[in-house]
Design a protein around this ligand. Structure first.
Ligand code: SF4
Ligand code: SF4
Ligand code: SF4
Ligand code: FES
Length: 936
């Protein structure tokens, strides 16, 4: 499509049943009460000139360009700040208004560089447009007066420039940073002619609080804030609507191109997840897709000690098929398997699990979600009946109390965090349950009512204490429970036990009993209370128990089935939800239906034309064990670096070494590829055609911005391997794969590319009962019928601090980097996070003689690495923290084999460690064998 410019109606929409009718330039229009005259005019088809107004920001009324005349009213009010009134007659084009607007524009232009023809924003500048719109023909004041034309540029940000000589002091950037992003990094300093935009206290953008979300750049009507790529490459000329491939928020973007070159990613206003907002990753960090490190040709080698040999696609595919068949002939049908990736599209994931089940003839398929949100799937299915979060993101705007558990949304899910912060600024109360003082605990205009700094590994004790207070103090919503749930009495008897009291929990978790009681009462007494959680919940030995505990809590208080409530996993990677939905687990077919269910299996057998095994296959850890035992010999790994991401590195690499065939499909030669025999180059999100599903079950289209640089789509490669193995699997387009998914999966029955193109996105379930999708789940009843209470006894992790390892290590992520950093480390984002560091409380550092910036050793009972220390009172005493974005960090060298009892999700969040000052030669730097901890 040509360059897509979304309409800007000037001021935000107003909701509400009451409407007002008026006339604009003789045209009748009816709008919701509270709508501005400017928006009403736009809706009637009349565009009023404007500069300081834009429809994602509250009106400000500073530029005086949008003046109108209204019958019966004196003067010329600003239409952006004037609300409509019944029977109003508005005039937008009079000679008086024309003169006034031209006068305003003359003032602006007299203090503006006259370089339109060479300006990067030429053709995409509202100042230029408005000059034309008001009919500016002359500048009576001349250009010689006092001006701002010699203001120095700020080029400190890697992605955008700030050129104050072009600033018209409209304050859109300042308001975008506050209202949309919630960072409040910008201010207007000075008054009148002296007014100027300032990042922080007169700092450079890079030295300020700016998190480079791009909202100010988006809002700026001039070239003052401009993407560097637009300056370098020129103004784009066409757009492709697609979806960010980083985190589970799933933001929609306009990929804007000039010819075949991607110039910029602009957040899409109609994107259901992001509504026009973005973070630094999706907005700017796309350069990895064209990074020279990418491998573009298939490669094969007989042994992992051989050099790689570039081959053509037919050779590579034939080699994989032949070797897979050979392994099966020698070691049995179950000796091979595959792992799917949460970074790939639904269609790409679907064909891999189909290849494993139908072409390989077994159920040895698992997903990288095993190591992140598998407990979410288990826990929510046990209690609610389906493995997905309950709400859409929009719902947070109706929450009165928000509980954030084991998640750091401002870093890991930034666009959702901005929505959440907006609601908190409006007055919702916040409870943060996290050992670390994350930014949300206290940030501009946001302060948590309670920060429960629990000891790592004690989530279940804390959630039980909440429930204990609710049950024993009579705060449960008995009418909801009686009508909608089952097995409450057994659960209530368990939870009322003294071992679950806040007083008993204080000893376990370190959270004062009084604070536990107060927070539980706040949650229970809210009109609407919502829980949002992350990997700090799931990556524990009791990850599944904790998910169940939160579901119990929500049911007990009736916080399920409407806006503003619910239990919501914040998924890590872009398509964690989709990869799970697509049948990637060894025991489940697409739509979370058990492989042992004869009726379900026969539906797939009919369409796939193959008999399927009824027994679940191997989970990832079982595959590794079986590889070391010699019974599992060949593995297809789709877009996931298991040698970096899975725990117990030595075990993983030993398993990979033991196999006869390891096939890696990825963008870059990664750690796993060191043990591979075949490397199949994958496609970046800019080349993919398909769908991702975000944390709110929203199915978004991923549209190709460019042809596959490798010459083949990933789904085609998988189909060709299956065919070469003798199983016919053919599609001419990914829409056909989605059609098959829809035909076989009741929750996707109404999904098609055509519908997604028409509606933009849909949230599953999408079928005859909900043709346009389901924003909120469990509204009239739970998916499983009645919501089920399940007792959640607290069982301490086996991982304890000891005299030798007295500290607890926990891990997380940082805004600018993503996962193991394979993508973001190949972008300008390294400017913010060149290395992982160890955060340690000043007290813990002092007793070890560690100063800020010292290189320290980090050791556990299984391994040791080293990194630089940062002293931080964000940490509680006794707990240290690191991120996992750089392979050299080697955090996985120290993590242990403990895992969730139900799903084997590794316990990345609790490792007993010791930290010491690194002396020369005292510790190994893991540059070679380092393997960072993966969250999802
Ligand atoms: S990029 Fe985002 S955080 Fe930075 S100043 Fe602009 S709006 Fe604020
Ligand atoms: S930088 Fe742009 S948005 Fe900000 S005040 Fe100047 S012209 Fe307006
Ligand atoms: S919040 Fe997530 S999905 Fe949205 S732009 Fe950032 S990384 Fe992409
Ligand atoms: S657009 Fe209304 S005063 Fe600027």
């Amino acid at each position: 499509m040509s360059l897509l410019k979304e309409p800007d109606l000037g001021t935000p929409a107003k909701a509400g049943p009451a409407t007002v009718s008026l006339e604009v330039d003789g045209l009748p229009v009816t709008v919701p009460e509270g709508t501005s005259v400017m928006r009403a005019a736009a809706l009637s088809g009349v565009e009023i000139p404007k500069l300081c107004a834009t429809d994602n920001l509250e009106p400000f009324g500073s530029c005086r360009l949008c003046l109108v005349e209204i019958d019966g009213r004196k003067g010329t009010p600003a239409s952006c700040t004037t609300p409509v009134a019944e029977g109003m007659k508005v005039h937008t084009q009079t000679s008086r208004l024309e003169k006034l607007r031209q006068g305003v524009m003359e003032l602006y232009i007299s203090d503006h560089p006259l370089d339109c023809l060479t300006c990067a924003a030429n053709g995409d500048c509202e100042l230029q447009d408005m000059s034309g719109a008001v009919g500016l023909r002359q500048v009576r004041y001349g250009y010689e007066g006092e001006n701002h034309l010699d203001q120095p540029k700020d080029t400190s940000n890697p992605y955008f420039d700030f050129d104050p000589s072009k600033c018209i002091a409209c304050s859109r950037c300042v308001r975008a940073c506050g209202e949309v992003q919630g960072t409040f990094a910008l201010t207007i300093e000075g008054r009148g002619f002296e007014s100027k935009v300032s990042a922080g206290a007169g700092e450079l953008f890079m030295d300020s609080e700016c998190v480079s979300c791009g909202a100010c750049v988006q809002a700026c009507p001039t070239a003052t804030l401009e993407e560097r790529t637009v300056v370098d490459l020129g103004m784009p000329s066409r757009s492709v609507l697609t979806t960010c491939a980083y985190c589970g928020v799933g933001c929609s973007f306009k990929a804007e191109l000039r010819g075949d070159e991607l110039v910029r990613m602009v957040p899409y206003k109609d994107g259901g997840a992001n509504e026009g907002h973005s973070c630094v990753k999706g907005r700017f960090a796309f350069g990895y897709a064209t990074h020279p490190d990418r491998v573009l040709s298939p490669m094969v080698r007989e042994s992992i000690d051989d050099e790689w040999r570039e081959v053509d696609w037919d050779t590579a595919i034939g080699y994989v098929a032949e070797k897979m068949r050979e392994v099966q002939a020698r070691h049995g049908v179950g000796a091979i398997g595959g792992i799917t990736s949460s970074r790939c599209t639904d269609e790409e994931v679907y064909v891999v699990q189909k290849m494993v089940r139908a072409a390989f003839g077994n159920n040895n398929v698992d997903t990288c979600a095993r190591v992140c949100h598998s407990p979410t799937g288990y826990g929510l299915k046990q209690t609610f009946g389906t493995s997905a979060g309950t709400q859409d993101f929009r719902s947070v705007a109706k929450a009165d109390v928000i509980v954030v558990i084991g998640a750091n949304p401002t870093d890991a899910h930034p666009v959702f965090a901005s929505r959440m912060k907006r609601r908190l600024r409006e007055g919702a109360q916040l409870i943060v349950i996290d050992p670390r003082r994350i930014d949300l605990v206290r940030s501009p205009h946001v302060e948590a009512a309670h920060h429960l700094r629990l000891a790592p590994g004690t989530n279940v004790a804390v959630v039980n204490a909440f429930a204990h207070v609710i049950v024993t103090e009579g705060l449960a919503d008995r009418s909801f429970v009686d009508e909608r749930c089952e097995e409450y009495d057994e659960w209530a008897a368990f939870i009322a036990g003294p071992e679950n009291s806040p007083e008993a929990t204080e000893e376990i978790s370190g959270v004062p009993a009084a604070q536990l009681r107060a927070a539980a009462r706040l949650y229970a007494s809210a009109g609407n209370a919502a829980i949002y959680y992350g990997l700090g919940v799931t990556e524990h030995s009791q990850g599944s128990t904790m998910v169940i505990g939160m579901a119990n809590l929500a049911m007990a208080t009736g916080n399920i089935g409407r806006d503003g409530v619910g239990v919501n996993p914040l998924r890590g990677q872009n398509n964690v939800q989709g990869s799970c939905d697509m049948g990637s687990f060894p025991h489940e077919l697409p739509g979370y239906r058990h492989i042992a269910d004869d009726a379900v299996r026969s539906v797939f057998e009919d369409v796939w034309g193959r008999e399927l095994l009824a027994e679940p296959g191997l989970r990832i850890p079982n595959m590794f064990d079986a590889a070391i035992d010699g019974s599992f010999r060949a593995l297809f790994v789709q877009g996931e670096d298991i040698a970096q991401s899975d725990p117990n590195t030595k075990h993983v690499t030993a398993a990979l070494r033991a196999m006869d065939l390891v096939v890696v499909q990825d963008l870059f030669i990664n750690e796993t590829a060191r043990f591979a025999h075949v490397f199949l180059p994958g496609t970046s999100f800019l080349e993919k055609d398909g769908t991702f599903i975000n944390a709110e079950r929203r199915i978004n289209r991923v549209r190709p911005v460019m042809a596959p640089k490798t010459g083949k789509h990933e789904w085609e490669i998988v189909c060709e391997i299956a065919q070469a193995m003798g199983y016919p699997m053919e599609y001419s387009h990914p829409r056909e794969i989605m059609a098959e998914i829809a035909a076989l999966t009741p929750t996707f029955a109404g999904v098609s590319f055509e519908k997604l193109d028409e509606l933009g996105s849909v949230q599953w379930p999408c079928n005859d009962n909900a043709p346009e999708g389901t924003p909120i789940m469990h509204v009239d009843g739970f998916v499983r019928g009645k919501g089920r209470f399940v007792p959640t006894p607290f069982v301490p992790t086996r991982e304890r601090s000891t005299r030798r390892f007295p500290l607890i290590l926990t891990t997380g992520r940082i805004l600018s980097q993503y996962n193991v950093g394979a993508q973001t480390r190949r972008t300008g984002n390294v400017a913010w996070h060149p290395e992982d560091v160890l955060e340690i409380h000043p007290h813990d550092a002092e007793v070890r003689g560690i100063a800020d910036g010292d290189r320290v050793t980090l050791s556990s009972r299984v391994g040791e690495t080293s990194l630089h220390a940062v002293l931080s009172d964000r940490m509680p005493v006794g707990v240290v923290y690191t991120t996992f974005h750089h392979p050299v960090t080697g955090a996985n060298v120290v993590t242990t084999e403990n895992s969730d009892w139900a799903t084997n999700c590794p316990e990345y969040k609790v490792t007993a460690v010791q930290v010491g000052l690194k002396t020369a030669g005292a510790a190994v730097d893991h540059a070679e064998q380092a393997v960072p901890v993966l969250a999802d």
